[in-house]
Design a protein around this ligand. Structure first.
Ligand SMILES: [Zn+2]
Length: 288
């Protein structure tokens, strides 16, 4: 092999090696500058309990934590003409449950029949349902609500808890806040009267849609899924407590998000009657 040919061979070899090194370096650079895929779970994903696999995991909750006062609540204006009180026309229902003791799941609560300010349920526990922060209910109510939540999920009705148990002092703080911000008239028909709220019993819950739409707003009832709640909640012991056109009876504005646990037997009776608890038990609110 002559010298000239040898040099050519060496040049080709070295150039090939250099090209290969260059290509390798370019590949390294490209790989190194590619964005690293970071998997950040959305808040919604972390809130979906394993017991409800059909719940959507891609809806991001956008509303504020439940500690924020319920400023979206729109009680009936004080000047509104009260609905005519429904006069009992049928025979009085024999009350077979305890509607007077604070510790009874059937305790009737309103501004005329308050709860002892010092009453705190002994069996409160965290409810395993999506919520912005831990929400508490009494054991029996929590069990029933979890069952209802799963059944709702299976029917593509995706719920979350907006508010559960509220202590007397929390009620007082909320009430004072409403009075300060919105005036006395506003506070009259909200379910935050200290000592007169079912939330203090640990047997009431404010429900919302999983995506936060219409939270604590009557428009929650305009969703077709709300009908599922009306048709099925009583089977789990829950009743829609403050229906439309009944604020003169309950002294609470229409609050379709508010449900009350009374046990499935009593809930079925009240549901079938179409009456509020005040009407069913013949215990109207005394406004004078
Ligand atoms: Zn409520």
């Amino acid at each position: 092999m002559d010298k000239k040919y040898k040099w050519k061979l060496w040049t080709v070899l070295i150039l090939s090696i250099l090209i290969l090194i260059g290509l390798g370096y370019l590949h390294y650079l490209r790989k190194g500058t590619q964005p690293v895929a970071v998997v950040t779970p959305t808040p919604a994903e972390t809130l979906v309990p394993s017991g409800c696999p059909t719940c959507p995991a891609d809806i991001v909750i956008t509303d504020e934590p439940t500690s924020t006062p319920e400023v979206t609540q729109t009680p009936a204006p004080a000047t509104a003409t009260p609905e005519p009180t429904q006069e009992p026309t049928e025979e009085p229902v024999e009350v077979t449950v305890d509607i007077d003791s604070d510790d009874s799941i059937n305790k009737l609560v309103n501004i005329s029949y308050p709860v002892d300010p010092g009453y705190v349920p002994k069996d409160l526990r965290v409810v395993n349902i999506p919520s912005s922060e831990s929400e508490y209910l009494r054991e029996e109510a929590a069990n029933a609500l979890e069952q209802m939540y799963k059944a709702a999920c299976d029917n593509q009705v995706y719920l979350r808890i907006v508010d559960g148990y509220r202590s007397y002092s929390e009620q007082l703080a909320l009430y004072n806040y409403y009075e300060r911000v919105h005036g006395k008239a506003y506070t009259e028909y909200v379910d935050d009267h200290p000592g007169a709220s079912e939330h203090q019993l640990g047997l009431a819950v404010d429900l919302g849609w999983y995506n936060g739409n219409c939270q604590l707003n009557p428009c929650i009832a305009t969703y077709p899924q709300y009908q599922w709640l009306l048709d099925n909640s009583y089977k789990y012991g829950w009743i829609a407590r403050y229906p439309d056109k009944k604020s003169d009876v309950t002294h609470i504005t229409y609050s379709p998000w508010h449900f009350r646990y009374v046990g499935s037997e009593e809930a079925a009776k009240i549901h079938d009657s179409g009456l509020t608890m005040e009407e069913y038990y013949k215990r109207p609110v005394k406004t004078n």
